[in-house]
Design a protein around this ligand. Structure first.
Ligand code: ME8
Length: 520
């Protein structure tokens, strides 16, 4: 059993912002969850460094594309540990091994008869690095995403015969209705396919910043073909993840290909849901199992973006509240798949009411009571049958949600149990039981059940809030993270240790929204 999850590789034309953090965090939750299941897991992220978006930004700054790529790739690389992303590799498309692989695969596509020479004429957005069809153009010949004027391009290109895959793509979508999730995005991709596929440029003649076309070095590959192949090339040269058995480490492509999940934003649906499977078919490679397409994080009703300058600063949020709070907020507040507004006010509200009160206080109170009434010791025995019933099937339910990439729903399943535990404290009132010596056994049962319940939800919360979960499990003296141990009553907690507040309320004053232009 293996699991391979990817994020898009991000353009290095500017610094990372919350939108990038969002996709990476969602992929990280999936990767961590599958590691908890004991599966061989590979989690890939990285940077997309070629093409016009990067060449133009470098030109504007008076630096070479390579200098800009080096500078910003470092910032994306640094973002990963800051948001607690546990990626196994960070690919840069300027890695020579990647470039060689792109040339190799696309040469095979040509040998298989899917490349021809021609002339492209049409509208082009240099920020999207995308050729726009007539029906995708806003008034005044503008890009619907970036609102900039499109350029009219005419150039000699090699073309990829996308049209040859019309029927095979339709058959793929008919057979695999969960190829693209959620369903609305599946429908969108399918209707694009059904509207009739046209061949697309595979190379650029005017650009020099890219992977050279090996059979005609006057051309570089169109950045999207170079970029998409990262998911494949990375496995040909990345080091094996620590702890992977030797026989699975020798050839990562054999162990991990095809990808289990590509996580992407809806802005890049067509490239992934249409071009990518066609390209893989043309290269005779196996197709990914699923792609999960999420919506945009919005501020002031607009897509948060570097070029629009309206972003919630992830670094400021992390500095004040910690990465766990950011991770939790993004996956709790915005149902993955839909667009969702984020704001400093809703962030602070979730932090306070859910993390600090419902989880943090529950943990602190419980541990404090076990300390006060029982000197930190849990008497061995069964857990409360009522709670056992309420927790039945929880970890299986969470796994099922995550198999369908329902990250928000899985978190909600867990959170309902956090709330159940809070109600249990109120119902049982251990502080009353502690006053009645004849009910010592009941107090033991309640404290044991609470400690066990907190342990279970915390094991399940680990993919979402890894640092806080590890601290809490350490305080419970039960550091095991395996999903198999997430059933109520299996933890055998004996002794708990005092715990500093997990989500303190005093968090400093740094502004959470970054100003115009500066996004990091
Ligand atoms: O498109 N809300 O790179 P990119 C949610 N290099 N997610 C957002 C977002 C927002 N406001 N803004 C960005 C590229 N994202 C290509 C990809 S892949 C082979 C090549 C996230 O830097 C989201 O995942 O423009 C989106 O798809 C991605 O960043 C685009 O990043």
């Amino acid at each position: 059993m293996s699991f391979y999850v990817t994020t898009p590789i991000y353009y290095v034309n500017a610094a990372p912002h919350l939108g990038h953090a969002y996709t990476t965090i969602a992929a990280d939750v999936m990767a961590r969850h599958h590691r908890q299941r004991g599966e061989a897991t590979f989690f890939l992220t990285g940077t997309d460094e070629h093409g016009e978006p990067v060449a133009d930004a470098a030109h504007a700054l008076g630096v070479t594309p390579q200098e800009l790529a080096d500078r910003n790739a470092e910032r994306f690389k640094a973002l990963a540990p800051q948001i607690e992303a546990s990626n196994d590799f960070f690919i840069r498309t300027t890695d020579p091994q990647h470039m060689t692989k792109v040339q190799e695969v696309l040469t095979r596509v040509r040998e298989n008869g899917f490349v021809y020479e021609g002339t492209y004429e049409g509208w082009y957005c240099p920020r999207c690095a995308d050729f726009k069809a007539e029906n995708e153009i806003d008034e005044g010949n503008r890009c619907p995403i970036h609102h900039i004027e499109l350029t009219r391009e005419q150039e000699d290109s090699y073309f990829f015969k996308l049209s040859a895959f019309q029927e095979r793509l339709e058959a793929l979508y008919a057979e695999r209705t969960d190829f693209v999730l959620p369903r609305t995005r599946y429908n969108e991709a399918l209707s694009f396919i059904r509207s009739g596929l046209r061949d697309v440029p595979l190379s650029r003649h005017k650009l020099t910043w890219g992977v050279p076309v090996p059979w005609d070095t006057e051309h570089v590959f169109y950045v999207w073909f170079d970029a998409l192949l990262n998911y494949y090339s990375a496995l040909s040269y990345a080091p094996a993840p620590a702890g992977l058995p030797e026989d699975e480490s020798a050839d990562l492509l054999k162990t991990f290909w095809p990808p289990s999940y590509h996580l992407i934003g809806k802005d890049i649906l067509r490239f992934h849901a249409v071009y990518w499977p066609a390209l893989l078919m043309a290269a005779e490679l196996e197709l990914p199992e699923h792609m999960l397409v999420h919506g945009f994080l919005l501020m002031d009703g607009e897509k948060m973006s570097k070029s629009l300058g309206n972003v919630l600063d992830p670094f400021a949020v992390i500095e004040r509240f910690g990465a766990d709070a950011l991770r939790f907020y993004l996956l709790r507040d915005v149902p993955l798949g839909q667009d969702g507004s984020v704001s400093t006010a809703s962030f602070e509200q979730r932090y306070e009411s859910e993390l600090a009160n419902e989880l943090g206080n529950l943990a602190s109170r419980t541990i404090a009571m076990i300390g006060r009434y029982r000197d930190g010791t849990i008497a061995p025995g069964e857990v409360d049958a009522v709670l056992r019933e309420d927790f039945l099937g929880l970890s299986e339910g969470v796994s099922e949600c995550l198999d369908r990439a329902e990250l928000t729903l899985a978190l909600d399943e867990i959170w309902q149990r956090v709330r159940r535990l809070n109600r249990y404290v109120e119902e049982q009132a251990p502080w009353q039981l502690a006053k009645e010596p004849t009910r010592a056994g009941d107090l033991d049962l309640v404290l044991r059940t609470l400690a066990e319940g907190i342990r279970c939800v915390t094991v399940l919360l680990w993919p979402y809030i890894p640092t806080s979960a590890e601290r809490l499990l350490a305080a419970l003296g039960a550091p095991g993270l395996s999903l198999a141990g997430a059933a109520l009553g299996t933890g055998g907690i004996e002794q708990v240790e005092p715990l500093e507040p997990l989500f303190p309320k005093d968090r400093g004053e740094r502004e959470l929204q970054s100003g115009e232009g500066t996004v990091a």
